[in-house]
Structures are given as structure tokens and as C-alpha cells.
Design a binder for this molecule. Structure first.
Ligand code: AHR
Length: 334
């Protein structure tokens, strides 16, 4: 942890007031598990983690993985739930800088707009690890590493599967797309990868594409609109399981059979999504693993010790068909 400093009385009073205000600010804007605290000289690494929110089954599993892994690694975790707001993440990061944590880690809700706060962390000498999602900062020295999935690849794998399935289609195949929250790396990248892959067959056309914010409610609501606006929908590509699961309700309510009348492709492979796939309601899932905690804690220890770490660490992932989901489900951890 950071070193103790000798302070004059007025400075100390001002510092205490500033830290109370900052901690109050974070508590007011997000859900913090840990209060003030500040740095201690107990030899333990302290990590400040800013989570996107709790929008999906994936996110819940990711939060559990981070909390359990921190405890197992003996790392003191200060955790803040930003409730899908970038401003909350920036406040949380500033609070962690003020508290002089040893390492800051976060999953950025959107890709852009991080340079200023990342520079503040760098100037304070606190290493930053990006986990799950990356940022679009040109200055790569603002963070130590990015640990997470290749979202473009996930979209591409989803698209390639569809190209293969529809290779004998003689007419247009109408696709609707449920995107993640606007500006998020997985929303941008999965759209890109999927679009590039389906370009191989001009019959495959995305007729509508809207954000469903990675939530079940969002997926259901947007799918209802799609079903009203477009009488012929052949395929749904949902950027995550939760939106696909919400869309199932809309599709069933519209009198259509999911997985048969409409082919459904999603990303994540959380238990509920895998169950839908095993039941034949989904047709294909590109996996995105939320179990990033153990690698994150290992990286935190290394950067804290000043060790070099790779600039990019990609998560290993696979894809699932219905048969593969049936096989994998009994041992699925999340
Ligand atoms: O960043 C990972 C994505 O965020 C997951 O695919 C989605 O479920 C989550 O909300």
C-alpha cells in the first residue's frame, strides 16, 4: 500500500473533507461495497474496481468471479457498480485515485471518453487494467493491459455459422439485430464481425438493427417493435443471451415459434441461454466468458510488483450448437 505521509493540521483537515466528499459522491452515484478506507500499510494489495452494472446474467457471473477471485488471492477489493453510467465510472476511478489504491481495474461501459481520467491515474502512479471491454484511447500507455474477449471474432463466428446454414437459400434472408448499449465495445465489435461474415452471401440482409442495451427488457421491447414493423423476419442476431431471452417472449407472444420460424443466434452462453439452446429455442451461441477474475488478480499482482505484462490477453472461447449445449449444460458454472 501507499506510504504514510507527515501532514500539517490544515492540510489534513482539507484532505479528510475532500475524501469524505468524494466517497459520498461515489456512494451517491453507484453502489459501492466498500466505503472510504484509503491506503493502509498492511502489505495487502488494494484494487479499486468499477463494474459496468448488473444488466445481464453475464455481468452477474463476472462480478461474482471478480469478488471471489479477489478474496482467494488475498486482494482487498473496493467495488463500485456504475449502473451503466460513464460518469459514475469516472467518479469511482477518481475516488480510487484519491484513496491511493494500488491498482485500478474497470470494464468501460463505452469505448470513448476515458483519456482524462486515465491520465489522472497515470500521473498518480496507479496502474490501470482494462477488463472485459477496452477503450479507444490512442495513448496505449494510459493502461497496462486489456484482458478480455475478441468481440469482433464472436460476431464473425456467429455470422459464419449463419452463412453455412443458409448457403442454399435461393431468396433474401431477413435478419434483425439486437445490439448492446450504444458505444460499448461489444456492441460495436460484434456488429462489425457479424456484418463482415454475412457479406459472403448477398442473400443475407440486416433489415433492422437497434440497441436493446444487453437487457432482457430491452430485447423484448425492441423485438416487439421489429415484429410489428417487419412481417418476414427469418433470423435474429442478439448481441447477448439476455436480449435473446427477452426476444423469445415477444416472438412467442406474436404466435411464432422461436428457433423454427425465426433462427436465433446470440453471444455469451450463460446457463439460461444454454438452456434455451438445448431446448431448440436458440440455434447457435458464440461464447463470451465472464470468468475473468483469476487472471485479473494475477495481473494485478504482477503490475503491482512492476513486472511487464502482455498488452493484450485474449480470453479463450468456443461456440455451441444445440447438441453441444445439451452436453455442456450439466457442467456449466454460470
Ligand atoms: O462486455 C460483455 C458483454 O456485456 C456481455 O456479452 C453482455 O452480456 C454484457 O452485458
Amino acid at each position: 500500500m501507499g506510504k504514510m505521509r507527515t501532514q500539517s493540521a490544515p492540510w489534513r483537515a482539507a484532505a479528510v473533507l475532500a475524501s469524505v466528499l468524494l466517497v459520498g459522491g461515489v456512494a451517491a452515484c453507484g453502489n459501492s461495497d466498500t466505503g472510504g478506507g484509503g491506503s493502509k500499510d498492511d502489505g495487502k494489495i488494494t484494487m479499486g474496481f468499477s463494474q459496468v452494472g448488473a444488466e445481464s446474467g453475464w455481468r452477474t457471473a463476472n462480478t461474482t468471479s471478480i469478488k471471489e477471485s479477489a478474496a482467494a488471492a488475498g486482494i482487498e477489493l473496493k467495488f463500485d457498480d456504475a449502473q451503466q453510467k460513464q460518469e459514475n465510472q469516472i467518479k469511482a476511478i477518481r475516488n480510487y485515485i484519491q484513496q491511493k489504491v494500488d491498482v485500478i481495474a474497470f470494464s468501460p461501459v463505452v469505448e470513448s471518453g476515458w483519456d482524462t481520467v486515465l491520465k489522472e491515474a497515470k500521473d498518480a502512479g496507479i496502474p490501470v487494467i482494462l477488463t472485459d471491454r477496452s477503450v479507444d484511447s490512442a495513448d496505449k500507455t494510459l493502461y497496462k493491459t486489456f484482458l478480455g474477449s475478441d468481440f469482433v471474432k464472436e460476431g464473425r463466428l456467429a455470422g459464419e455459422w449463419l452463412v453455412e446454414q443458409k448457403k442454399s437459400a435461393s431468396g433474401p434472408v431477413n435478419i434483425v439485430e439486437l445490439q448492446g448499449n450504444t458505444g460499448a465495445a461489444p456492441a460495436n465489435d460484434r456488429k462489425k464481425g457479424f456484418g463482415e461474415a454475412i457479406a459472403a452471401n448477398p442473400n443475407l440482409k440486416i433489415i433492422a438493427s437497434q440497441p436493446g442495451d444487453f437487457t432482457r427488457a430491452g430485447g423484448k421491447q425492441v423485438m416487439e417493435q421489429f415484429l410489428k414493423a417487419y412481417p418476414k423476419i427469418d433470423v435474429l442476431f442478439a448481441h447477448n443471451d439476455d436480449m435473446g431471452l427477452g426476444a423469445l417472449e415477444a416472438i412467442t407472444a406474436a404466435g411464432k415459434t422461436p428457433g423454427k420460424d425465426i433462427t436465433i443466434i446470440t453471444v455469451d452462453a450463460v446457463k439460461d441461454g444454454m438452456q434455451a439452446l438445448a431446448d431448440g429455442k436458440f440455434n447457435f451461441i458464440a461464447e463470451c466468458s465472464p470468468l475473468l477474475g483469476p487472471q485479473l488478480m494475477d495481473l494485478a499482482k504482477k503490475v503491482h510488483e512492476g513486472q511487464e505484462v502482455p498488452a493484450r490477453i485474449e480470453t479463450e472461447e468456443t461456440t455451441f450448437t444445440t447438441e453441444q449445449a445439451k452436453e455442456a449444460l450439466p457442467n456449466r458454472k454460470y
